[in-house]
Design a protein around this ligand. Sequence first.
Ligand SMILES: Nc1nc2c(ncn2[C@@H]2O[C@H](COP(=O)(O)OP(=O)(O)OP(=O)(O)O)[C@@H](O)[C@H]2O)c(=O)[nH]1
Ligand SMILES: [Mg+2]
Length: 971
Amino acid sequence: MAQRRQQQQVEDRVRLLFAGQDGWIHQLEEQKVTEIGALGGFSLGSRPKLVKRFAKALGKNESLKKLCLDNCDLRDAGVSYIAKALLRNDTLDCLSLCNNSIKVKGASHLAKLLKDNKTLRNVSLNSNNLRDSEIEYFAAGLRVNDTLRILYLNHNHIGDTGTADLADSLAFNHGLVELHLRGNNIGKIGAQYISDALKANKNLGMLDLGGNNIGDTGAESLATALLFNQSLWKLNIDWNNLSDKGIVGFSTALESNKTLTDLRTWGNDFNEFGDPGMYQHVIERLLKRNKETKEKQFREALNSEESATWNRSRLMFVGQGKAGKTATVRSLLGQPFVADWDSTIGADISEVKSTREKGEWRKDSLNSESDPVSSYFAARIMLGMGKPKLHVLREQIGSEEKKYVQKTNKTKTTYEKQDKKYVREARLDKNTGSSSRNKVAKDSNTMMNSPGGRKNEVVQEYDENLLLNARNDADALILSLWDFGGQKVFYAMHHLFLTKHGVYLLVFDMREILNLRTRNAAMKYMSFWLSSIRLHAPLSPILLVGTFLDRIDSEGDLREINNILREKMKSSAAQIINCDSEDLVFFPVDNEKGFGIIELRLKIEEVARNGSLFNEQVSMRFINFLDELLSAKYRENEQKPFLTLPVVKKMASKVGINNSATLLMALEFFHECGMLIHLTATQALTNMIILKPQWLIDALSKVIRDVDNVQHVHDIDEFANVGLKADLDMVSENALASRDFLEYVWEKEHVDFLIDLMRHTMLLSEWNFQRNFGKEKLFLIPSLLRDKKTFKGENAFMKNKPSCIFDFSTGFLPIGVFERLICLVVGHSVICRKKQIQIDYNSELMEPKLYLNFGSIEFEPGLILNILRRDSDIHDLQQIVLVVEDISRSAEGFVVVQAMLQKLNNDVMGTGLVWDILFESPGDKEEQVLSYDEAKKQSISPWFDQDKNFNSRSDSVEILNADIDNFLESL
Ligand SMILES: Nc1nc2c(ncn2[C@@H]2O[C@H](COP(=O)(O)OP(=O)(O)OP(=O)(O)O)[C@@H](O)[C@H]2O)c(=O)[nH]1
Ligand SMILES: [Mg+2]
């Protein structure tokens, strides 16, 4: 009966493997499955076709993390299929192939897998009858792998020769932390080899040699190794035919060894020297001493005033849409090339780690998500990587606190007042319309997004692996990669995420530069981005990356591109990093074949390692604070995408940061590193700490979308089905979003917070000029004003009226500035309309007329501002032109527009914008243009007509620091 049930279970598992839509093979292909572990017992060896089919699906998979095929009788052929298929995989973390009768062929394929693979951390090959001949292959793979952490080779037939091969690879291997060789045929000679390897190896923490036959001589040599080794904390030599003679050496070695805390000697014969257990007592005492010392050091490090470098940097990939940014990121991460990748919506963030400047990057987090960062950091300090407080740059508690610190008790924002329950993170893919392939890439941004198993409290416990990991990662480099969508519609929001520090990669398609028809447009994009980078990060290094090397015919073409770029990029030359080997100002890459990628990776590393973020000394206290923030982010059942400043202050004071200036410095540092988003131009923005940058980008991108890009367009049917077709039309025709629309795209989560954030970053304004929308609240989102609505009536509009020109031509007018100006003017108009209605319900303010490049808005009763964005490639013009409808109110109009430009420059442009002011008067024959100084000197009319309104509006620095509502009120 039991046998039949067992048989039935096995059959069920087979069905799971290949049955229809639910079968694993199907799920593998659909990227739905992350773990396969229930195939045990089913003999696949007799069904080679099925194994082949399974392996094929495995080769295509990009989601599987754990694969267990124990006891499946795979044999050599099956293991070879699986190993070959996994060569293409870069997600698998754990592979178990126990008891599958692996022979030389299978072992050689596994060895190749180990050589090439960058993700496997745990491999089990127990009970496979592996002999020295198989181990020889396997050891060769292990020698060059530094990703694998845990290797099980228990219960095989490994003898001294095989052990010698393994020991040889251990001397070179930099990653293995646990090696399990239990129940093999290792004798004293094998133990000797291992001992020699241990003298050189710096990362092995746990070695299990139990159930072998090393004898006293083998034990003695292992004890000698402990005089040199500083990483092994657990050694198991139980059941190895030892006598007291073998154990004596350990009691002596442990007098000087400070690392070993666990020595297993059970099952040996220790009675020869009279007092049984005498040596064990000594050993136990010394092991305990080691353990207590380490725990004490750990506590001290956690509470210390020391600081250390955190070895992080941030990469920002920018450039024209379809230039190959995402493809370059994937190449850098070692992911396969995909010929038809979807456009990036908003931006995608991922994290990688690179060790020892080998030019290999792994999607990996420094420590597991359940471990506090502070524990890892304390281990760095324990290893002497820290510096005393004297050197801490960031934690100098200045007596003069920053301007915004004083204003601690400010008004509460809408989202704060509502006692909203934080719910599960919004399912980000629901409305993005991206393909499943892209989805996988996004989901695999492990450290940034996944919840992990964080506890409610930050629990910092000493764990032996902490020291090993810290030592292993001593000079690792952690990179946060920000791959920005290249569609223009996103540019207005990108300003919020471009930071001062880090490395910028400006990606371009080389064919576009070579082709005369596309050259100008491509160069314009590059200039635009270089100017943007100069604006936000004037000191950051920039690498220009030219894609589609595979489509470039000759060296001559590369030189031509080089000459063009060198000439045009002169103004940013100081920031641009050259490709020395090719003597080019850019890095040519072929993402399809991967040419040029290694060099690019190495250069990025070099630049990042020399950068300020990487080398910044961070205090232990800051890292403790970060853990508090992360624990809120990952807290079970109530993951928070954002926090408010008062809450964050409480967290900070828990770890001893009681000073607001210090707190803000910590937040600024983590913002620069890309761990969170904290904008600080005004108090309301300072109050919002966004713990999940990707969440914010995705939320904004659900509203700010590109109509010209098929993948970005909202699905009309979907909106029609939920009764929001009219709302959607309103968005696409008039850039007006209803509250219902926003609630729908944001799945009713954190709607008030997001509206508030968009308002404060001037991406959105209220709109109370109701069209046919009853009483529902509408919001204007100027970034959505469409191309088709470009205003063409410039001549008629300008004719015979004096105009004021805000001229950005000598500098740069980024996308998003004009739109924000419109936001502010409309915002003020909305306030006035509200007031006006209270006085006289019938006296309406004119509904703003808005186009992509023009707005005619009744700023307040009678003061209609006509604002035009004018740019011309031919004349290199970038201007914002103001014409006031009622000429007699021009002086007022000028002052408010100037104040608004200053405000948006202050709040979202890092005060980097510069502009000249010109006044143009219509003349009989020729227009007269005067500079601001000239015009002021002459008190030129109408701009400098002194009237009461003008005086009351004189611009003041005070209002620049005001929050948006106060600012708009004060105008
Ligand atoms: N042959 C070839 N194709 C490439 C190369 N680089 C990118 N591509 C392809 O060009 C297309 C656009 O590349 P993406 O990486 O998606 O471009 P992007 O800059 O991220 O585009 P957005 O996300 O829209 O801003 C994709 O289909 C890529 O597969 C290259 O070096 N050679
Ligand atoms: Mg992209």
